[in-house]
Design a protein around this ligand. Structure first.
Ligand SMILES: [Cu+2]
Length: 132
């Protein structure tokens, strides 16, 4: 009998703790959900370097979602930045300039090129992998 009265209150207390924990966990879940699926692991922006003759990606694998590319042309010729299968691109980046491009990326494998005549063939091509 004594043991019973001793356990009743602690049981209630641990139930309260469990309920509080559940509330905290679901709040944490809401915060995570508010950030959007996949997006939290993406950097706010990623660097790209264009030069003769390469397209260099700081991150070759990104999570799906909104990505801002900061594209610097460190070469001596004009270049552009095209992600095949994505509507937007940077038509012309002058030597020494940095341009930004914000795009919405769906999961998949993308060919990234400079589409100026002969540049892709000369080596300005790389692959970007976008994961779910
Ligand atoms: Cu080029």
């Amino acid at each position: 009998m004594k043991a019973h009265t001793r356990t009743t209150f602690p049981n209630f207390s641990s139930w309260t703790k469990r309920a509080l924990l559940l509330v905290l966990l679901s709040l944490a879940g809401l915060v995570l959900a508010a950030c959007g699926g996949g997006a939290p692991s993406n950097p706010s922006s990623t660097q790209v370097t264009l030069r003769e003759w390469a397209v260099e990606l700081q991150d070759t694998t990104l999570a799906a979602g909104t990505v801002t590319f900061e594209v610097t042309n460190s070469g001596t010729l004009e270049h552009n930045f095209i992600i095949e299968g994505v509507d937007e691109g940077l038509e012309l980046v002058f030597p020494g300039d940095t341009a930004t491009l914000q795009v919405e990326l769906a999961p998949g494998e993308y060919k990234v090129i400079c589409s100026l005549a002969g540049h892709e063939e000369a080596g300005m091509v790389t692959t970007l992998v976008v994961q779910e």
